[in-house]
Design a binder for this molecule. Structure first.
Ligand SMILES: [Mn+2]
Length: 273
């Protein structure tokens, strides 16, 4: 298992230069600390320069584990299950752009906030729309050799797909080999009855992993016990990235990224491989 750091960047829509500056600083910091890869949130891939990013990553010998897509929802209201077909279509075009972008770096595409919310509509109605759109996206992504991961988010952030089992059921309906689950310790700590049991149960569909502590601070700064969780990943045969996605706490971006790295590295080295 290799370690990745989720890098926060300014909104590329309004300030492509700031995005580039943030990205460069973030990738350099991740490299200095010892991470193998970074994860980037991109609002609109069409506004960022792929060549520049590739140059930077090549220079530092860094990979990209996954691409975050939530900014399109937070800044523009794009989502896959909107009541308006026009917004759904716009969202799907955006996600195809994300797939194109991800394919340049061998990265996965994350379906978090961009999936949208139920907002009082029937479960079945929303799920059917989501399954239809995710199936289309999976088909497009398969042609580009890109994996799509659905991330359950806790109930305070969405009313649609909160648990691993909900994600599992929907992914089963899609039935595409390139669609899996992104499990995040912060969300699981709120939603799952038993984190390790659930991880073992969905292990064949576990394609990506996020870590933050119980308070969303760096692992090691809250009260989550990461040892049994990492042990479970080992037992499950998980070989992909563990990506640190935490608030810049304690102490700011660098200090928290360093603490997270130490916590995870210590655990990985003390557990039998
Ligand atoms: Mn996450």
């Amino acid at each position: 298992m290799k370690l990745a750091l989720v890098i926060s960047t300014s909104d590329a829509a309004f300030d492509a230069l700031a995005f580039k500056g943030d990205l460069e600083n973030g990738v350099r910091m991740a490299k200095e600390i010892g991470y193998d890869a970074v994860e980037i949130a991109v609002r609109d891939p069409k506004t960022v320069n792929v060549t520049d990013i590739r140059k930077l990553l090549d220079e530092l010998n860094m990979s990209v584990s996954a691409i975050g897509t939530g900014q399109g929802y937070l800044a523009e209201g794009l989502n896959m299950v909107d009541e308006s077909d026009e917004i759904q279509n716009k969202t799907m075009q955006r996600l195809r752009d994300h797939v194109d972008f991800a394919s340049e770096f061998g990265a996965m595409v994350i379906i978090g906030f961009i999936r949208g919310t139920a907002k009082g509509r029937s479960r079945k109605e929303v799920e059917d729309i989501f399954v239809k759109n995710l199936t289309n996206l999976a088909d497009y992504a398969a042609g580009k050799n890109v994996k799509i991961v659905v991330e359950p988010l806790n109930r305070y952030e969405t009313d649609f797909i909160n648990t691993l089992s909900e994600a599992e059921r929907i992914i089963e309906r899609v039935g595409a080999g390139n669609v899996g689950i992104l499990a995040d310790t912060f969300h699981m700590n709120i939603e799952e009855v038993d984190i390790c049991e659930e991880l073992m149960r969905i292990k064949d569909k576990l394609y990506h992993f996020h870590v933050a502590d119980s308070n969303r601070w760096a692992p090691g700064a809250g009260h989550l016990d990461f040892k049994p969780i990492i042990e479970t990943l080992r037992k499950a045969g998980y070989k992909d990235y563990i990506a640190v996605e935490c608030l810049p706490l304690p102490g700011g971006a660098r200090e928290s990224a360093e603490l997270a790295f130490r916590t995870m590295k210590d655990l990985l080295s003390e557990l039998p491989s």
